[in-house]
Design a protein around this ligand. Structure first.
Ligand SMILES: *[C@@H]1O[C@H](CO)[C@@H](O)[C@H](O)[C@H]1NC(C)=O
Ligand SMILES: *[C@@H]1O[C@H](CO)[C@@H](O)[C@H](O)[C@H]1NC(C)=O
Ligand SMILES: *[C@@H]1O[C@H](CO)[C@@H](O)[C@H](O)[C@H]1NC(C)=O
Length: 550
């Protein structure tokens, strides 16, 4: 006999306060998920339920998609470096449903004719892409692209930033952190030229267009980590502060004013070599659990040795640190990944597991002008003459990390991709819970390939509004991807308590404040008790009191 259909009333989600009024004590609902502190034996492997997953061609992206952002309408706004397909300042809107790419804007693209390759970026609740820095002569530029009317504006920042970190703060302001003052002047070849370092940060207010000017409260960390400190990871914490990871140094900053931070303390360093570019590892905050007072951060892979070079094996090691545990927080080694991996992409998936895709088993990030023939798995080849790969062994098999158990998917348990995705590639979660992979300029790759994780094969898929014969057990909110260079700026996810499920209406308890859910676009996914996800509904979390808007 079929259970009654359940209908999610999306309107209920618009006002978090009204929603709060619906919250009932979590009666029969099973406890959400385990806290990493409760992992019985982290490490080890599992066979994913639902089988090996599969890959499909995503057709052409029209450009080498090096930067990718999931917009509110479910399309992907992406761009390449200058002169990499389609138009000089290659920019596209890629539709993952129809698998078509259309040119974005005129000849100047989202770059506004100022090369936005190697910038840092994020997407606001209003579906604007904010792009900080860039490449060559244009690394002092900032661009603000509005997707609803497809317009772009640019303005100068206080200083140049190649490979900056970016984080959206609880009040909707955005901080750009670090980077260097000239293209390519990061990596050990730059260690004798510290004048290229930019150890400052600058805060931008999208509501007013105001800038803080360069601030130097993070200088000690960034200077010490130079030259392996670019694209620092920055995670907003429940107290409104910021944890910043650069090289192997991890520091907690407090928000001391609307436009400034002060150092609170240094955490211990991640064991092993520094893992910023070009030793590039993966860094992802694990999905948070109610009451959202803890943040665990996963760091996985990167180079196995300091001063890695072409041919240096990648690392399979992974560590988790509780960023909310104070200065005494320790990095817990959690058992190795099934594959060594440098330049991977970490993607929070619709069931709260972490997908690790792309990258290579040896080498480092960056270009080398040593001609090489690239063989693709489909038998085609490409002759690289310049700007070729510093990594030789693409890893084709994705890996899953299950934050509930601390375990990895077993080697060989998941289907392999067809295309190598090396330096300058992306992986982004799509609203249908697949993952878009694209890019890799060292293989001049203008294709997309779409990964269907095993959870899409575990049962009938749900819709929002949805019907389900299985009980709805969980719901998760996942930040839309804004991805480049193994970074997913502002990435985070939060499990929502299904506080009631009565008369065909689900009530979901929203997180208490914008420190745990900073403004921006988020995908809402509901899951059955078998772990089958619905396609996502993309919601805007507004800067005002963390309210939601459709
Ligand atoms: C994609 O296909 C749908 C359904 O055929 C259509 O409504 C939509 O306009 C298409 N999108 C684009 C960008 O062509
Ligand atoms: C596009 O939208 C943005 C944000 O609403 C607005 O500031 C801008 O003036 C608009 N541009 C045009 C050309 O309509
Ligand atoms: C339950 O849902 C039905 C159909 O939407 C509606 O007519 C009815 O008033 C609801 N009952 C309660 C108690 O909310």
């Amino acid at each position: 006999m079929k259970a009654p259909a359940v209908v999610l009333v999306a309107a209920l989600l618009i006002d978090a306060a009204a929603l709060g009024a619906h919250v009932q004590p979590a009666q029969s609902h099973r406890r959400l998920l385990a806290d990493p502190a409760e992992w019985s034996e982290p490490g080890g492997t599992y066979e994913p339920a639902g089988g090996a997953g599969s890959w499909e061609s995503g057709s052409s992206t029209g450009i080498i998609m090096i930067h990718a952002n999931l917009m509110k309408d479910g399309t992907v706004v992406g761009w390449s470096g200058r002169n990499q397909g389609l138009q000089e300042y290659g920019s596209v809107v890629y539709d993952p449903v129809n698998r078509t790419a259309t040119q974005l804007l005129d000849r100047c693209g989202i770059h506004d004719c100022k090369n936005a390759f190697c910038a840092g970026h994020t997407v606001t609740a209003m579906s604007e892409v904010l792009v900080f820095g860039g490449h060559a002569q244009q690394l002092q530029w900032f661009r603000s692209y509005t997707h609803v009317n497809r317009t772009v504006k640019s303005t100068l920042m206080s200083s140049g930033r190649w490979y900056p970190g970016v984080a959206t703060l609880p009040d909707g302001k955005v901080v750009a952190i670090g980077g260097v003052l000239d293209s390519g002047e990061a990596g050990y070849h730059a260690e004798d030229t510290p004048h290229y370092d930019n150890p400052s940060y600058e805060v931008y207010d999208p509501a007013t267009g105001e800038w803080s000017g360069d601030q130097y409260d993070m200088e000690e960390q960034l200077t010490k980590a130079f030259p392996i400190h670019t694209y620092p990871h920055a995670v907003v914490l429940p107290d409104g502060g910021l944890a910043v990871s650069a090289g192997k140094l991890l520091v907690k900053y407090d928000r001391s004013g609307p436009l400034s931070f002060t150092k609170a303390y240094s955490y211990g360093s991640r064991p092993g070599p520094p893992w910023s570019y070009p030793q590039t590892g993966v860094g992802v905050p694990l999905p948070m659990l109610p009451p959202y007072d803890k943040v665990h951060f996963l760091a996985a892979g990167g180079s196995s040795k300091d001063r890695a070079r072409v041919g240096t094996p990648a690392s399979a090691k992974a560590h988790v640190v509780e960023l909310t545990a104070g200065a005494e927080a320790t990095w817990q080694e959690i058992g190795s990944m099934p594959h060594k991996r440098v330049m991977g992409d970490g993607v929070i998936l619709c069931d709260g597991t972490i997908g690790i895709l792309n990258g290579a088993a040896d080498g480092i990030g960056g270009w080398v002008d040593k001609p090489q023939e690239v063989k693709f798995k489909d038998g085609s080849t490409w002759q690289c003459e310049e700007k070729c790969s510093k990594a030789a062994k693409p890893v084709y098999e994705p890996t899953l990390f299950d934050p509930e158990t601390g375990k990895w998917s077993a080697m060989g348990s998941l289907s392999e991709a067809e295309r190598p995705r090396l330096y300058h590639s992306v992986a982004v979660l799509m609203p249908d819970c697949t993952v878009l992979t694209a890019g890799s300029d060292v293989t001049w790759d203008q294709t997309a390939e779409i990964w269907r994780p095993p959870y899409l094969n575990k049962g009938e898929q749900l819709q929002i509004p949805y019907t389900s014969t299985d009980p709805i057990a969980r719901s998760i909110l996942i930040r839309n991807g804004a991805v480049t260079h193994s970074m997913s700026f502002d990435t985070r996810a939060l499990w929502l308590t299904v506080s009631s499920d009565t008369n065909g209406t689900l009530s979901l308890a929203m997180p208490p404040n914008s420190n745990v859910v900073p403004p921006g676009l988020y995908m809402l996914v509901i899951l059955t008790d078998k772990g089958v996800p619905s396609p996502a509904k993309i919601l805007s979390v507004l800067p005002e009191n963390g309210t939601l808007a459709e």
